[in-house]
Design a protein around this ligand. Structure first.
Ligand SMILES: *[C@@H]1O[C@H](CO)[C@@H](O)[C@H](O)[C@H]1NC(C)=O
Ligand SMILES: *[C@@H]1O[C@H](CO)[C@@H](O)[C@H](O)[C@H]1NC(C)=O
Ligand SMILES: *[C@@H]1O[C@H](CO)[C@@H](O)[C@H](O)[C@H]1NC(C)=O
Ligand SMILES: *[C@@H]1O[C@H](CO)[C@@H](O)[C@H](O)[C@H]1NC(C)=O
Ligand SMILES: *[C@@H]1O[C@H](CO)[C@@H](O)[C@H](O)[C@H]1NC(C)=O
Ligand SMILES: *[C@@H]1O[C@H](CO)[C@@H](O)[C@H](O)[C@H]1NC(C)=O
Ligand SMILES: *[C@@H]1O[C@H](CO)[C@@H](O)[C@H](O)[C@H]1NC(C)=O
Length: 733
């Protein structure tokens, strides 16, 4: 195992063990003291009320930061709220590596998993990550409150954290959020396996662009229509269908109000409208930013007041802990404001079972052997296999192990290992790079980088070009890495970096001059869209692999050699490079010409959202005979639920999986060009068929007007499920 390599990086981080706070028998922490808050027979509400009644104001305030203090007098240990688990339990203040547990499973980066368009996979990864989280927590090496998932919408391809999200589509992102959160938090009605955090609320998708906008001071100007139609839906689903236990407010302001003090977002919309009943945590340092970056408040006490009253219960940071007493003393806040926040925080800790004996709750006690199991490693591999997107194939793929036994693997990402994990580093037991992947298949592999990812100089090109002369196939692994796109770093252009296109051109020239040219396969690693126009004209086949996690190299080799039939679809529009000159980075508008994302972009993309090829062919037909048109008459309380039953036949010579995507478009003025309303994925053996169903409910027919109102309006709606179509006419009664 390789994990030790990373231990240095993790050393020095705060170690907090999760202990049971009330101990047997019968819940005594000192003689003759059997408090109600320890009584598991009482409701969490009554127990929290009892606990609050025992705490001093200082003790309460000490709970308002991510490093919550111990209350020794009552036997309550400290708690570290900050744990990270975007695509596997990752290094964070809440994680203590180096005890019995030193490794975790590294699933693909989220943008990659999203490409699988497989709802069950989202759920199973959530379940696996929370099982590993429990393995750490229950053995004293971690917390139970995870700052995941990131469900912001990728509005602009420059964004460095686009890779952490499920892409540009509100419906796909909602499905990702709901399934991930359900898998992670468990399905018990009282207790939670872990608490997930839907972040960053709201309209956050900018790090540090060249013109000086940085996320901490950025004021996103967003219309009511865009909020309701694009930026809110995944959060609404995360709360209403996912039942998430926590929301994180974002660094940026929206229309002049920093998100963490926005009572309309946090109290009126999330809590009152969506019925969010968990705790709201600030992004780390975001409360400080309210005063020091946004200058929305001018004193610490006013800032604390704005935060607590604006709905942020927990401050990742120590601003509340430092200044809340002053705010109380001069009357900016009352004890009620503090109790509300502290009450929500202790309710969360109780829901996690921290005050109860293992025998009274469903999610304790996990052994250390649940971490990094063979089953989880297999799931990481399956996720990578299912998510690779075949963008182009001029008939040269799949390669054959016999005919293409000797291959040249070239390009800056051929040895990518840590790069394959993307942001949020997980301490994986092994990382299979592309070169390792090909070697593991017993192939004769020669390899040469050509250049590094930035690809500034051509010195290494010649070595790489030389190798391809003796090979039966050439795989060029190109793309980006965390040096180009990551948290705090946005891209300045959306082409392949530096001279990478020139490298591909050189490869193509070298091959063209050979007596019998061999296939050139281009593999792109990146967390967001790249202009691949040049690759498109030079390559025989192109794969987009995102950042495919610990087993990425193996999955890439298996797809190229046809052991795995590719089934990923793009969760993003791949725009031409000039696109970013046409859309101002700080403009949040989705409709401003030429429009953002497939829902509004009116020009030709290099590769569209939803694009993805297979080695086999699928044919779709309606399972039951359908009229071409359905009429629906709506009244005030319309409840639409149309079931589209489809038979999918695998008509090719290879078995494979297919994601079937259903879109709706309409003649309502100002409506998006088209929108995904449902999808399903099935595996079908060659020459076999399967039946699936897609569902169109009220949401599919809802349009959002300029005032942000959601309506189902009379009009004509076109349903497109791959190449099947159906018209729905909605009429007023
Ligand atoms: C941790 O490892 C030690 C030594 O191998 C062992 O005695 C102990 O039981 C382990 N603890 C857990 C929680 O697995
Ligand atoms: C709850 O989750 C567990 C663990 O995944 C599963 O076995 C069980 O079937 C689920 N129960 C329900 C009612 O969904
Ligand atoms: C509390 O004190 C701060 C300055 O320390 C001031 O800005 C704020 O207005 C005061 N609030 C009240 C209610 O006096
Ligand atoms: C990643 O690859 C580099 C270069 O091949 C190697 O030096 C490094 O040890 C690898 N790291 C891990 C964690 O496998
Ligand atoms: C229904 O659609 C099919 C296929 O597009 C077309 O051939 C047929 O004419 C349509 N029928 C009606 C009644 O519109
Ligand atoms: C979707 O993911 C689930 C869960 O990992 C898996 O069992 C299933 O085979 C996947 N479906 C397809 C069609 O690949
Ligand atoms: C959809 O495409 C398949 C194959 O590409 C074709 O056989 C089928 O007739 C098409 N169906 C419709 C409704 O156009």
């Amino acid at each position: 195992m390789n994990c030790k390599l990373f231990l240095l990086a993790a050393a020095g981080l705060l170690c907090v063990s999760v202990a049971q706070y009330c101990t047997e028998p019968p819940y005594k922490t000192r003689p003759n003291f059997t408090p109600a808050y320890c009584n598991y027979r009482l409701s969490f509400k009554d127990r929290v009320k009892d606990l609050l009644s025992r705490l001093t104001l200082e003790e309460k305030i000490s709970q308002l930061g991510n490093s919550a203090s111990a209350i020794d007098r009552l036997g309550i240990p400290g708690y570290q709220w900050w744990s990270e688990g975007l695509h596997g339990v990752a290094v964070s203040p809440g994680l203590h590596l180096g005890g019995n547990l030193t490794c975790t499973t590294s699933f693909p980066q989220i943008i990659t998993t999203a490409s699988s368009f497989n709802k069950s996979l989202f759920y199973e990864i959530g379940e696996a990550v929370s099982t590993e989280a429990r393995g750490f927590a229950d053995n004293g090496q971690g917390g139970l409150t995870y700052f995941t998932p990131n469900i912001n919408i990728v509005r602009d391809p420059r964004w460095g954290r686009g890779q952490e999200t499920a892409g540009e589509d509100p419906y796909l992102t909602s499905q990702y959020a709901v399934n991930l959160v359900r898998g992670a938090q468990g399905n018990d009605s009282e207790y939670k396996k872990i608490i997930a955090t839907c972040k960053h609320f709201a309209a956050y998708d900018l790090e540090s662009y060249i013109n000086g906008d940085v996320r901490d001071s950025f004021n996103a100007e967003v219309t009511k229509q865009d909020l309701e139609e694009t930026y809110f839906p995944a959060f609404r689903s995360c709360v209403t269908a996912g039942g998430v236990g926590s929301i994180m407010c974002s660094y940026n302001s929206v229309n002049g109000v920093p998100s963490c003090v926005d009572g309309v977002f946090n109290n009126k919309i999330a809590r009152n409208k969506w019925k969010f009943d968990g705790y709201l945590v600030s992004d780390c340092g975001a409360i400080d930013d309210v005063m020091n970056k946004h200058h929305y408040t001018s004193t610490p006490t006013d800032t604390v007041a704005a935060g607590l009253k604006g709905g942020t219960d927990l401050n990742c940071g120590s601003f509340y802990q430092t200044h809340a007493m002053d705010a109380f003393l001069n009357g900016s806040i009352t004890e009620v404001d503090i109790d509300r926040a502290v009450g929500r925080l202790f309710t969360a800790r109780m829901r996690l079972g921290l005050f109860d004996l293992p025998k009274y709750q469903p999610y304790s006690y996990f052994n250390t052997d649940v971490v990094n199991t063979k089953q989880h490693q297999d799931l990481a591999l399956q996720a990578a296999r299912e998510s690779i997107v075949l963008l182009q194939n001029n008939g040269k793929l799949p390669l054959s192990y016999e005919d293409h036994h000797k291959i040249a693997v070239v390009g800056p990402n051929i040895l990518a290992n840590v790069t394959m994990q993307g942001i949020s580093q997980v301490i994986a037991p092994y990382l299979i790079s592309p070169v390792d992947g090909f070697k593991s298949k017993g192939l004769h592999v020669t390899y040469s980088l050509g250049c590094d990812v930035k690809c500034i100089v051509t010195d290494g090109f010649h070595d790489a070009f030389k190798l391809v002369k003796d090979a039966k196939a050439v795989v060029a692994v190109m793309g980006l890495d965390q040096g180009i796109e990551r948290e705090t770093v946005d891209r300045e252009d959306i082409f392949l970096p530096g001279l990478q296109d020139k490298f591909l051109l050189g490869l193509r020239d070298t091959l063209t001059n050979l007596q019998s040219p061999v296939p050139l396969i281009v593999v792109i690693m990146s967390g967001s869209s790249v202009d691949l126009s040049e690759s498109k004209s030079l390559a025989d086949a192109i794969l987009w692999v995102g950042y495919p996690g610990q087993s990425g190299g193996q999955a890439i080799a298996e797809v190229i050699y046809g052991e795995v039939n590719p089934s990923g679809r793009l969760p993003l529009t791949f725009y031409p490079g000039e696109y970013i000159d046409l859309v101002a980075y700080r403009h949040m508008s989705m409709r401003e010409p030429p429009g953002r994302t497939y829902r509004f972009y009116t020009e030709n993309p290099v590769f569209p959202f939803g694009h993805g090829l297979s080695y086999t062919t699928f044919e779709l037909s309606w399972t039951n005979k359908m009229n071409n048109v359905t009429e629906i008459v709506i009244s005030d309380s319309v409840d639409i639920n149309i079931d589209f039953d489809i038979t999918v036949v695998n008509t090719g010579y290879l078995s494979g999986a297919v994601s079937v995507l259903g879109y709706v478009s309409s003649n309502i003025p100002d409506a998006p060009l088209r929108e995904l309303f449902d999808f399903d994925k099935v595996f079908i053996d060659k020459y076999e068929s399967k039946k699936i169903s897609l569902f169109a409910t009220n949401d599919a027919f809802t349009t959002v007007d300029e005032k942000g109102r959601r309506n189902i309006l009379p009009g004509e709606y076109d349903i497109a499920i791959e190449n099947l179509s159906h018209k729905i006419i909605i009429k007023n009664n």
